[in-house]
Design a protein around this ligand. Structure first.
Ligand code: WTA
Length: 633
């Protein structure tokens, strides 16, 4: 097992070691895994390409390390504990042995469909055990999984399937989420009509059993393909740098990009970080409420916990169904020891009142975690007092799809916590703050752009099919550094607080959204001439989406707004629907035609006292019109 840090001195000691001799440090950690063939070099890297390789020529399989190696001493221990959407339905427990057998069956089933090492398989599924099983089955045979969050639209799904040139889509018939029943297979059918030419089969898991449209040429039932397969499937020998998965995420420009993670480094770092950040102890029940459609679910529901031999819980539903006590009811019922969620969920539940957590016994909770966006002070204190009763340290974990694992975080019981501060870097992680020119800011009490100056095992290797994009987005802003896109500050003691994105990415309920992506969707409406999207502070969501829209030949009324929302829903999904739409006759532009978003952000945030210099605008008059117009939105 990877090292578990014991106390503050131990943290300081290994952090120092990891900076002084990164290769020596990670070599030792890597030795705790099973390698079919040992690696002959720890790391080779250049951020110029970028070209980063870890554990060169080592051969392994992540599922062998997640499952098989635990069968000696924990075959009967629960690996995945599944809690259904409805509180009166029974939870399901899958032991490590059962998980092994199920993953092998599914892997054999995929093989029977002609899926081979390197092929891409897209998942579009709710939070059912089969999603985790399917993902692991891909990894078992070396197929590359790409999970698409099941809230995305058919168009967004088709875009991702096409970019990945996936061979198979795995979905469910329907998806129960809260009071909603979502026709998942219908969305896949629609995606297949729009694109998905590379797809040979759609594998459908019968989840609710309701009737679905069927196409005999491509559709297959999961139970027909998987259930009769043998429960042994040899774990494919994977090179450390073979692709493990692609996960699409939004950036400042263009369509979402496929972040690529590879086997060896990701395996090592998710296990190491899981064990340390959550201080998981034998027998603990760990629950991360994320969806496997996002990176948090990949690293801290599936891979990290299973690599560490933990019991990981998967929840099908939503925090407020059947009522706002559901999370706490589940914590009591399963005696959850580590609970990991997003600030947006905390704020939403906080707004429902203290009586909900007060109804339940939360004394099993030892560690609380948050991820996905900056947590505000009020929510931090509520979480600390009402959920942790002041006794469960909060780990405010900062990281990204691209970083693969948690990068900056307090370690519970080891380093101190301070509201809204992600605090300290993990061993092996070397964050720096730089100014706009890329000069590294030394010392404490500083504010700047957050970069990482040395590679770490679970960093992205490329963006699928477009290596230049990876270089341009992450490695070109500043020489020899990975640029995160976030701004941060360091307090007088060196704790880091991540303030938020400094690029055109907004964070809505912990979901990353490119403003350009939303604009492109809005512009699909035939009567929209131009649009500009910015984020603004939102009590529950963290950031809301504010859209300025220029239109012609159309009544600027609520019906038009509804149509715009429909278009966005169709192009991306309901999560990208603007919270506010303001019609305008113009947008503030520089003489070179660039939209001055700084001004739009201020107007959307109702913070117009100091708009800065507007004299360089091509059309300064538009600013007053926008301010007036905003009052009516
Ligand atoms: C933001 C989620 C402040 C940040 C794992 C980052 C955070 C983006 C925190 C990545 C945090 C994530 N404090 N901001 N603890 N965690 N972020 O790729 O802006 O969905 O760049 O990965 O979320 O979002 P992503």
């Amino acid at each position: 097992m990877t090292t578990q840090i014991k106390d503050l001195n131990h943290y300081k000691e290994i952090y120092a070691q990891s900076v002084k001799d990164p290769e020596g440090f990670w070599k030792k950690e890597a030795e705790s895994f099973i390698w079919f063939e040992p690696f002959d070099k720890v790391c080779e890297w250049s951020f110029k390409g970028p070209d980063v390789k870890w554990f060169l020529n080592g051969k392994t399989n992540i599922t062998y390390n997640c499952i098989d190696r635990h069968l000696i001493d924990r075959a009967d221990q629960v690996a995945i504990l599944w809690e259904p959407n409805e509180s009166d339905r029974e939870a399901k427990s899958i032991t490590y042995q059962e998980l092994h057998d199920e993953v092998c069956r599914c892997a054999n089933g995929l093989k029977s469909l002609g899926v081979q090492k390197g092929d891409r398989v897209v998942f579009y599924m709710p939070m059912v055990p089969e999603l985790a099983i399917g993902v692991l089955a891909c990894a078992r045979i070396g197929a590359v999984h790409s999970v698409v969050f099941a809230g995305f639209s058919a168009q967004a799904l088709a875009d991702r399937v096409d970019d990945a040139e996936a061979k198979i889509i795995i979905c469910s018939d329907y998806n129960k989420r809260g009071a909603k029943n979502i026709a998942v297979k219908d969305v896949v059918d629609e995606a297949m009509n729009i694109g998905c030419n590379s797809v040979t089969n759609v594998l459908v898991h019968k989840n609710t059993g309701e009737k679905v449209d069927w196409s005999d040429d491509v559709d297959l039932w999961w139970h027909d393909v998987v259930d009769n397969q043998g429960s042994m499937c040899k774990a494919e020998e994977m090179d450390s740098e073979d692709m493990l998965f692609i996960l699409y995420t939004s950036g400042s420009t263009g369509k979402p990009k496929g972040v690529v993670h590879t086997v060896g480094g990701y395996m090592l770092y998710t296990c190491f970080s899981f064990r340390n950040v959550f201080q998981y102890k034998e027998g603990d029940i760990y629950w991360c409420t994320a969806d496997i459609g996002w990176i948090t679910g990949h690293s801290y529901i599936v891979y990290g916990p299973l690599l560490a031999g933990a019991t990981t819980m998967m929840f099908e539903g939503v925090p407020t169904y059947p009522d706002a006590g559901r999370f706490w009811e589940i914590c009591e019922k399963h005696k959850v020891n580590q609970f990991y969620t997003a600030p947006t969920a905390i704020r939403a539940l906080m707004s429902k009142g203290d009586e909900w957590p007060e109804k339940y016994d939360l004394s099993s909770i030892k560690v609380l975690g948050t991820v996905g966006e900056p947590i505000n002070e009020e929510a931090w204190h509520w979480y600390d007092q009402k959920i942790g009763k002041g006794k469960a340290p909060i780990v405010d974990t900062w990281w990204q799809t691209e970083t693969g694992g948690i990068m900056i975080t307090p370690l519970p019981g080891i380093t101190d916590t301070k509201p809204t501060y992600a605090s300290y870097p993990m061993p092996g992680i070397q964050p720096v703050l730089v100014d706009a020119e890329g000069n590294v800011l030394e010392g404490n009490d500083i504010e700047g752009l957050l970069c990482i100056k040395h590679p770490w095992p679970s960093m992205l290797r490329t963006t699928y099919g477009d290596h230049d994009r990876c270089k341009n987005v992450y490695f070109s802003a500043f020489e020899d550094m990975y640029f995160t896109g976030d701004g941060a500050r360091k307090d007088a003691e060196g704790r880091i607080r991540v303030i938020g994105r400094v690029d055109d990415v907004i964070n809505v309920s912990g979901h990353r959204m490119g403003t350009a992506e939303v604009e492109n969707a809005i512009n699909e409406h035939p009567n929209v001439v131009e649009s500009a999207v910015v984020g603004y502070p939102h009590d529950i969501k963290g950031q809301g989406i504010y859209a300025y829209v220029i239109s012609q030949d159309k009544d600027l009324d609520d019906d038009f707004k509804k149509e715009i929302l429909e278009v966005v829903k169709k192009e991306i999904g309901p999560i990208a629907k603007p919270d506010k739409i303001q019609f305008t006759s113009g947008l503030p532009k520089t003489r070179s035609g660039k939209i001055m978003r700084r001004i739009l952000r201020k107007i959307a945030s109702n913070d117009t006292s100091n708009l800065g210099d507007t004299s360089t605008l091509l059309n300064p008059d538009v600013v007053d019109d926008l301010i007036k117009g905003a009052e009516a939105v």
